[in-house]
Design a protein around this ligand. Structure first.
Ligand code: ATR
Length: 278
């Protein structure tokens, strides 16, 4: 059995096990591969991950709060994860000299490889290319870093707004975007909310520099926040005729890309979406 897991703290609410288990079954890999949620504390993470290969794990998704730590303990890292400074996907591969005992326990040498599929997952979740019309990213945390890097890399002109303006200026300077203090929604073809606003049901328009009537048809609005109902931000955007994408769609797309890294098979995105929403 090849084991896969999502590592987080807490992780009980994660949709990844349902989504990935359905995908493995659809690919006919249900007998060979498994996917589970594993709660790992920040203190335990650096000790837990290097021991995973010996326990039969081929890879793992990594979620809050471990994405930075995951990159730090990797032997190799993709360009995306290095630029973003975080990894959401780990693969355990036999090292170049695989088979040579790496420890007195006689385990084979394993290299930990880090990828970041949050970035490409966001791009895959969009209905079209972000290149035309400019993009506004709200927030300056880890999710914002992945979004800004992905959009800039795809050729979009990216503006970053954050409640704490200095953080917006920092990530803009580092990732090739510009910071903006008072954005006008109509100036952007794409708006991506990566802040935690809306997570607890609060009114997004009290905290974000947007008005509920500011959206328009033709615009795409993404909210990384997701729950049972559309977020307040997406509900308002949809009412004005904008195209909306929720965080669950981004989760599905990043999960599909992670699965492709581990199995080298085309991911069944429709099955994964249905399982994630089910
Ligand atoms: P993540 O890694 O998930 O992006 P994070 O690093 O904790 O999480 O970042 C959370 C983001 O949400 C930040 O951009 C934060 O703004 P600050 O940098 O000013 O803290 C933003 N955020 C959280 N609560 C907010 C609120 N009530 N209003 C506006 N922004 C908020």
């Amino acid at each position: 059995m090849k084991r896969l897991a999502v590592l987080g703290f807490p992780v009980g609410h994660s949709r990844s096990p349902a989504m990935q288990t359905a995908a493995l079954a659809e690919l006919g890999l249900g007998e060979e591969w498994s996917y589970e949620a594993v709660e790992v504390t920040s203190e335990a993470f650096a000790g837990f991950v290097p021991a995973m290969a010996a326990r039969g794990f081929a890879g793992a998704n990594v979620t809050v709060p471990h994405k930075r730590a995951a990159l730090e303990l990797a032997d190799e890292a993709s360009e995306a994860s290095r630029a973003i400074g975080a990894a959401n996907t780990l693969s355990f591969e036999l090292a170049e000299d695989g088979g040579v005992p790496a420890s007195e326990a006689g385990e084979a040498a394993v290299a930990i490889r880090a990828d970041n599929t949050d970035a490409a997952g966001l791009i895959a979740a969009l209905p079209g290319s972000p290149k035309e019309g400019g993009a506004l990213v709200l927030g300056a945390g880890g999710a914002a870093r992945a979004a800004v890097w992905a959009l800039a890399r795809d050729g979009a002109e990216v503006a970053v707004w954050n409640r704490t303006a200095e953080r917006a200026e920092e990530i803009a300077a580092e990732l090739g975007a510009s910071a903006v203090a008072a954005p006008a929604a109509a100036d952007y073809a794409l708006i991506v909310n990566t802040t935690a606003v809306g997570l607890r049901g609060e009114d997004p328009f009290e905290h974000l520099p947007l008005a509920p009537e500011a959206f328009e048809p033709g615009q795409v609005v993404v909210d990384m926040v997701y729950g049972e109902k559309p977020s307040g931000l997406l509900a308002a955007a949809a009412r004005r005729g904008a195209t909306v994408v929720d965080g669950l769609e981004v989760l599905v797309q990043q999960g599909a890309l992670s699965l492709e890294i581990w199995t080298r098979r085309k991911a069944p995105v429709g099955t994964m979406r249905a399982a994630a929403r089910g």
